[in-house]
Design a protein around this ligand. Structure first.
Ligand SMILES: Cc1cc2nc3c(=O)[nH]c(=O)nc-3n(C[C@H](O)[C@H](O)[C@H](O)COP(=O)(O)O)c2cc1C
Length: 153
């Protein structure tokens, strides 16, 4: 079994929904065990139990939230050599990929032991509180499926 943890922060529930759909996609592949965890409930020591770590954040002021940044920094203090990872965000307006890029940079800098297995996913919401723009949810399932097939090989 390959063990995957998806950690997310979500003020209005949209990033949570993205995380759930990613997991739905991953579960289409056999042999993957998935756990969904809200950031504030994460037990950092448990992270070591997982082979793959996904981190999701809403875009707040052009980047990930402060808590997500702190979480990535904390991951850097664990020995995660050889683990795999990927990131995702939700955004409004024109900030496609902005938080994702910043999370990827931070992961590479602070958590070099985690190899990012595919480019991050950036999902558009219609307004501050959502909902997610039509057609975006299928991208989440595809992202999850792609990750699952990749980590099985
Ligand atoms: C304090 C705050 C700042 C935000 N700043 C941005 C921003 O700079 N760019 C952007 O595209 N969206 C911004 N947004 C919109 C969020 O990206 C949107 O609320 C979020 O994707 C919804 O996800 P959630 O339901 O998981 O909280 C901001 C939202 C909040 C609450």
């Amino acid at each position: 079994m390959v063990k995957v943890i998806v950690v997310y922060e979500s003020k209005y529930g949209n990033t949570k929904l993205v995380a759930e759909k990613i997991i739905e996609g991953m579960r289409q592949v056999e042999g993957i065990e998935t756990v969904l965890n809200e950031l504030k409930e994460v037990d950092l020591n448990k992270i070591l139990d997982y082979d793959v770590i996904l981190v999701g954040s809403p875009n707040h002021f052009g980047g990930p939230t402060g808590s997500v940044k702190k979480f990535i920094d904390k991951l850097g203090k664990l020995d995660l050599e050889g683990r795999l990872g990927a990131v995702f965000d939700t955004y409004m307006g024109k900030d496609f990929n902005k938080a994702v890029k910043k999370m990827e940079e931070r992961m590479s800098e602070k958590v070099p032991g985690i190899e990012l297995i595919l480019p991050g996913l950036s999902i558009k919401v219609q307004g501050m509180r959502g909902p997610i723009v039509e057609g975006e949810l299928s991208k989440c399932r595809e992202f999850g499926y792609k990750i699952a097939t990749q980590i099985k090989t």
